[in-house]
Design a protein around this ligand. Structure first.
Ligand code: WQD
Length: 339
């Protein structure tokens, strides 16, 4: 089975590539390297001992996609390419809809033109919006809170309409909670450009001395310690979820549309994460309590059972391992792939 991995050089993509290759899948990485490094692909080769075919292309280029699919005899697609920063999406909504929504439409056109019908799509728990109850299960109502979330929700709706118009498609929509951590080798990991938006890379950069202190956004939330609670999931667990979803689509005789949470079901506060990271790096992480970040929710976490029932998948790693692996990556590569 040969899978095209769009966004395959990115944080989720590299870890998913490792997991696919180590489970006997052939992988072609398709990436425009707008927010990733060719070095990341070389590191995946180093981990797996396999040479990886890579196509430099944008998901909005239908002819490049079709050529890649034909040349490499691709039979399924894991679609991770897209933009992912909430704040940037508010400032540049057109870029977000162009990359995330138009990019997916062009990919679907390329798949239609080449006869492909199996797609795993990278969605987000952000599509649930303000919790009406917790944990979020897949039946929780959806609503977007910003252009990034809206772009993910729009694609989910497009995929649902596509499936209902033409049930020859097999589609898996994976709603990620908060992916953190790194491959246990320390050779690949999260390497955000500029100032990290997300909590874990920020903490890791403080630990390695690149930044002074973590700002804790809000300490008056109605949570046990007043700081925001999220469902952090090890990126290797997330990667394994993609492999399971893809294998389910490939093994299934009848087409289907799966929509599944990938989370642990456990909530951890910002202070929990800081303290777990301190234990991992054996340093004190300076932090300051700051105002809430606009648009943030107090608390959310997954009901992870549907993925367990449907895919036999369950997250294995706890917060201690997530932080230990993130620290191994960050300490071995203080400046990311440019180290
Ligand atoms: C986690 C917690 C912050 C930074 C977002 C998107 C989601 C997904 C992941 C894509 C919150 C707090 C953070 C900091 C802090 N997107 N925090 N200081 O906001 O849950 O999810 O990223 O890839 O769709 O919405 O993740 O890591 O930014 O924040 O106190 O410097 O950490 O307030 O409680 P979030 P996050």
């Amino acid at each position: 089975m040969k899978t095209l991995l769009t966004g395959g050089a990115g944080y989720i993509g590299t870890h998913t590539a490792v997991e696919l290759l180590q489970n006997g899948h052939e992988v072609v990485i398709y990436d425009n390297f707008s927010n990733s490094h060719p070095e990341a692909v070389r590191r995946v080769e180093k981990i797996t001992g396999q040479k990886i075919k890579t196509v430099q292309g944008d998901v909005r280029e239908q002819s490049t996609l079709e050529a890649a699919i034909r040349e490499h005899s691709i039979d399924s697609v894991v679609h991770l390419a897209g933009k992912k920063a909430v704040g940037e999406s508010v400032a540049h909504p057109v870029d977000y809809f162009d990359n995330n929504v138009n990019g997916t439409l062009v990919l679907l056109r390329a798949m239609q033109a080449t006869g492909l019908r199996k797609l795993v799509f990278s969605s987000s728990a952000t599509v649930y919006g303000v919790p009406q109850y917790l944990p979020y299960d897949e039946a929780h109502p959806t609503s977007a809170m910003n252009p990034y979330g809206r772009s993910k929700l729009m694609v989910e709706e497009i995929l649902s309409d596509l499936y209902h118009s033409d049930p020859s498609w097999s589609l898996a929509v994976l709603r990620y909670f908060n992916p953190i951590g790194a491959h246990s080798s320390g050779w690949i990991g999260e390497d955000p450009a500029g100032i990290p938006n997300n909590l874990l890379p920020y903490i890791a950069q403080v630990a390695v001395g690149r930044r002074d202190a973590v700002q804790v956004f809000g300490s008056d939330y109605p949570t046990p310690d007043g700081t925001g609670v999220r469902d952090y999931i090890h990126v290797m667990d997330l990667a394994r979820g993609h492999v399971k979803a893809l294998e389910k689509l490939q093994s299934q005789q009848s087409p289907e549309l799966l929509t599944l949470n990938l989370g642990t079901g456990q909530g951890h506060s910002v202070l929990d994460v800081i303290h777990a990271f301190e234990a991992a790096c054996k340093k004190t992480i300076p932090y300051v309590l700051a105002d809430r970040r606009p648009g943030d929710l107090a608390s959310y976490y997954a009901a992870p059972h549907a993925a367990q029932q449907t895919l036999g998948w369950q997250a294995q790693y706890d917060l201690t391992t997530m932080c230990a692996d993130a620290w191994r990556w960050q300490s071995q590569n203080p400046n990311g792939y440019l180290s």
